[in-house]
Design a protein around this ligand. Sequence first.
Ligand code: FNU
Length: 220
Amino acid sequence: MITRHNGLILAFDVDWDVEKSIAFLRGIADLIDAVKIGWFQLLNIGPSGIKELTSSIEKYFLADIKLGDVAHINEYVIKRLKDLGINGVIMHAAAGKENLSSVVKLSHDLGIDIFLLISMSSGGELYDLNLDYNVRLGTELGVAGFIVPATKPYIIRRVRSMIGNNYQLLSPGVGVQGGKPGCATASGADFEIVGRSIINSYRPRDEAINFVKAINNPSC
Ligand code: FNU
């Protein structure tokens, strides 16, 4: 579980080196509850750079690699991510029960949270046609929570009504993609995920403060 202080998760989609990344994160660390990293870091600073990042910044690190392979590959990836200091991983519900169940079990043992992707902030129509099935799949598997799109508040409300309060809802698509800051939380999300609106801002700290204010004064 991600501990909630501000309700803001940074989507850290940057191709910066480790030093610049650490300096940026230190500047807003008190405003964010987690750092979401992924392909940008894997392809630019690589596994050793990720390890340096996670050991330098005391934050929850969420790996957004949208993992969804067959079981033994998923298990290998989860073990390696654990070695790199990752705390949570986003996986595709579309991989299905057979490919997900052993990896969710392994993740429990390793202390890694699995967040299941069940709808997307753009497109994802096959997901939306199968929403109830995928939510039930996640609760049966015992995932920590779900990824729900800020651009589709009706999906967030539906998922929250199905799962009660025992699972965390993380919502991307806020800002540049059109999701109104504070609307995902108003609709039942625990965290709003924001990337470019903060990263590309001339004043990222001020921008992050504005998002935190909106998240904690939620409305659509
Ligand atoms: P920003 N993301 C997304 N939509 O945008 N993980 C999804 O449905 C989803 C995601 C991620 O637009 C995307 O990969 F499941 O700059 C990116 O890292 O705020 C972030 O959320 C959105 O970035």
